[in-house]
Write a protein that binds this ligand. Structure first.
Ligand SMILES: Nc1ncnc2c1ncn2[C@@H]1O[C@H](COP(=O)(O)OP(=O)(O)OP(=O)(O)O)[C@@H](O)[C@H]1O
Length: 267
């Protein structure tokens, strides 16, 4: 094998996430809705990317396809070089648990379990790691996320912001290749929302975590280093931090794009 081919393969294997020409259609009664109409995107190691766009443009569908929760009609998703469509359902579930950290708007914690048990869950399901190791790792993470005094609390005894931090700890526990977050601040007031954004930024900058976050709010997207804007199932803009120095300039630019006043693809 040529050295060029080896380095190409290495690059694919170390790229946390790549999607290529994704198409996903939904049936709504007699109508067909193309939620994704040829989306391609690559997320580099240590990149914090926000995906923005108006309601119904396909953001959540894209995130679900990236996570292997929804299978596309065509196109492919690679996580660290693993092509999700080539995995059986059982292997995909196992792969997702180990390599993809998921954070949802509604936290999705198990109500009957404590914060510590919720965070340990992905490691327990894996079977291979000992309970003690899983417990230590979960405790470490909860401590790191400022929840050292909440180990034994159940979700209904915690605030929304605390529940989301538990969910982030759970997403991190298996040391995944990528964190996928769908409107992680959507159920929080602005103070707690800012704290979650700040935490994601810190995890990105201090630990080099690769993050993709769906949001429709420019003030939330402004925490990311890259903003991808979708409209009608396609990516119409892709900006890096230097192109949106603050949340206000991002909001103006975003409005221009979604209202059609700026050229598609404009930066
Ligand atoms: N399970 C489904 N069945 C039918 N249609 C769906 C389904 N999921 C999504 N859609 C449709 O696909 C399109 C894209 O939806 P999606 O939820 O991805 O958009 P979104 O950008 O995340 O929207 P929002 O910001 O409102 O959450 C919409 O027209 C939606 O109605």
């Amino acid at each position: 094998m040529s050295s060029e081919k080896i380095s190409q393969d290495e690059a694919i294997q170390t790229t946390p996430l790549r999607v290529d020409d994704l198409v996903k259609t939904f049936h709504q009664g007699t109508n067909l809705v193309k939620a994704l109409n040829g989306v391609s995107l690559s997320v580099s190691k240590g990149e914090f990317t926000a995906i923005m766009g108006p309601s119904g443009c396909g953001k959540s569908t894209l995130l679900h396809v990236m996570a292997g929760l929804t299978r596309p009609e065509s196109g492919a998703v690679w996580v660290e070089g693993e092509k999700l469509s080539s995995l059986s359902d059982a292997r995909l579930t196992d792969f997702r648990r180990r390599r993809i950290g998921l954070v949802f708007q509604q936290f999705n914690l198990v109500a009957a379990l404590t914060a510590l048990e919720n965070v340990m869950l992905p490691l327990m399901a894996e079977g291979g790691r000992g309970t003690a190791g899983a417990k230590d790792r979960a405790k470490q993470l909860l401590d790191r996320l400022g929840l050292g005094d909440r180990f034994g609390h159940r979700p209904d005894a915690m605030s929304g912001g605390e529940q989301q931090r538990v969910a982030i700890a759970r997403a991190l526990v298996a040391d995944p290749a990528i964190i996928l977050a769908d409107e992680p601040t959507g159920s929080l007031d602005s103070g707690n929302g800012n704290a979650i954004c700040s935490l994601l930024k810190e995890l990105n900058q201090e630990e080099g975590r690769s993050i993709v976050m769906v949001t429709h709010e420019p003030a939330v997207a402004a925490w990311a280093g890259r903003v991808v804007v979708m409209k009608d199932g396609v990516v119409c803009s892709d900006w890096h931090a230097e192109q949106f120095p603050d949340a206000q300039s991002l909001a103006i630019r975003y409005q221009e794009i979604v209202s059609g006043q700026a050229a598609v693809g404009a930066v």
